[in-house]
Design a protein around this ligand. Structure first.
Ligand SMILES: Cc1cc2nc3c(=O)[nH]c(=O)nc-3n(C[C@H](O)[C@H](O)[C@H](O)COP(=O)(O)O)c2cc1C
Ligand code: SF4
Length: 414
């Protein structure tokens, strides 16, 4: 069966892309904004709720619902776009940032109008220097065309959009650490609740959304929430951008209707597994998502199907693992990443992950014993449910699943 993409967002990145405002307008750009400005903010939130859109940053929280938590208090509100894209294996937002910056800007203006924010920030991954320049130029173009700033397109709505590069910390992708970083503080998470929609940037109600989430907004406003909801499954509506990397012949960025493709088909779409190797498993949603083994990957790539298999769709970063790299090395590299990126705020994560990394290194060089797996499992128990944020929790989750699914093979598969 031929696999056909449904390119809603990525259609804006085709051909010459939509880097310039002229190209974007030729592709129908900024029509949704004109339509949105004729609507009441509450109607936009209703449309986004109807669409069933779930956040594309990892957790999959319903976007319209998040927006409706912002109090209607007449106070200052902020919109923050999470463009940190730090999850290993994820390179989908980059495609939008570098090739369709105006789609993101249009989505930002509509979203800000809906939540009654007059100021917004794009928090950009430090390493995305090309994206920084492209976005900066696009923001200037938008200001020059009365799409940003005071009285947008002659309306009563004013909105300023700022571009803020991070400094390269994975934890600053976590929404509350991101807000601390934006405020010029140390990038460590905040206690939740209160959630940012109630108390966010500078203590004001703030919506934090991922780049891909915001890029969906003009598409939903142009076509309607009901139209969007018809795509995908009941719990995973619309399309999703997937990045396929690892042991495949042609790593890819692609967009499919949710529920219409399985993980095995995604591997096929990326040219299949590389020559001369055997599939070991697939990490379905970025490094923080527990691995699916070979006989588990015939499930549709949706939020609900992943959840049934004790993993998550996360950022849609599909990392394919084959038998050419020793399992112990893969697990050690993964846990070492989280240990390195731990912000150090809470003890189980700060101390537990380096401890696990040391044991995994011992296994990797061939000195592992059965008891080491027991100790690793104990470390997972020591971290589980006792960390301040999801970084430590996610790291112990993937380690636990590796041990449960592969057991002593981790000691021997070198
Ligand atoms: C350790 C950690 C790193 C994260 N990194 C990112 C990131 O790079 N980009 C992102 O959009 N969300 C990231 N998130 C999720 C955000 O906290 C937040 O849920 C998301 O930005 C909300 O947007 P959404 O509802 O549109 O998905 C991260 C979460 C954690 C715990
Ligand atoms: S779990 Fe890790 S990253 Fe999160 S607050 Fe604790 S030390 Fe920091």
């Amino acid at each position: 069966m031929e696999l056909v993409e449904k390119r809603l967002i990525l259609s804006y990145t085709d051909d010459e892309g939509s880097i310039t405002i002229e190209n974007y307008i030729k592709k129908g750009g900024y029509k949704a904004l004109r339509k949105a400005l004729e609507m009441r903010p509450e109607e936009i939130i209703e449309e986004v709720k109807k669409s069933g859109l779930r956040g594309r940053g990892g957790a999959g929280f319903p976007t319209g619902q998040k927006w409706s938590f912002v109090p209607n208090d007449g106070n200052e509100h902020y919109l923050v776009i999470n463009a940190d894209e730090g999850e290993p294996g994820t390179f989908k937002d980059r495609e939008i940032l570098e090739k369709a910056p105006h789609l993101l800007i249009e989505g930002a203006i509509i979203s800000a109008y809906a939540i009654k924010a007059n100021e917004g920030f794009i928090y950009l991954r430090a390493e995305y220097m090309d994206a920084f320049k492209i976005l900066k130029d696009a923001i200037i173009e938008a200001y020059n065309n009365s799409l940003l700033g005071k009285n947008i397109l002659g309306s009563n709505f004013s909105f300023d959009l700022h571009l803020y590069p991070g400094a390269g910390a994975y934890i600053c992708g976590e929404e509350t650490a991101l807000l601390n970083s934006l405020e010029g503080k140390r990038g460590i998470p905040r206690l939740k609740p209160p959630f940012p929609a109630i108390k966010g940037l500078y203590g004001k109600p703030t919506v934090v959304n991922n780049v891909e989430t915001i890029a969906n907004i003009p598409i939903i406003i142009n076509n309607g929430g009901d139209w969007y909801k018809k795509l995908g499954t009941e719990k995973s509506t619309g399309t999703k951008i997937f990045t396929i990397s690892g042991a495949v012949k042609e790593p890819k960025v692609c967009e499919f209707e949710l529920g219409k493709i399985t993980f095995r088909q995604l591997i096929e779409y990326a040219g299949g597994i590389r020559e001369g190797s055997k599939l070991v498993g697939v990490i379905p949603g970025g490094l923080s998502a527990p691995i699916l083994i070979n006989d588990e990957i015939d499930i549709p790539a949706t939020y609900e199907d992943c959840s049934l298999k004790n993993t998550m769709l996360g950022s849609g970063a599909v990392i394919v693992i084959d038998d050419k790299i020793p399992l112990a090395k893969i697990i050690r590299r993964s846990i070492q990443f989280f240990a390195f990126e731990s912000c150090g705020w809470c003890t189980p994560c700060r101390d537990g992950l380096p401890w696990a990394t040391r044991i995994l290194r011992k296994i990797e060089v061939g000195n592992g014993r059965r008891e080491d797996l027991d100790t690793l499992y104990e470390i997972c128990n020591y971290i589980k449910g006792k960390t301040f944020c999801a970084l430590g929790e996610g790291a112990q989750w993937i380690l636990r699943v590796y041990i449960e699914k592969f057991g002593e093979k981790i000691l021997t598969q070198g």
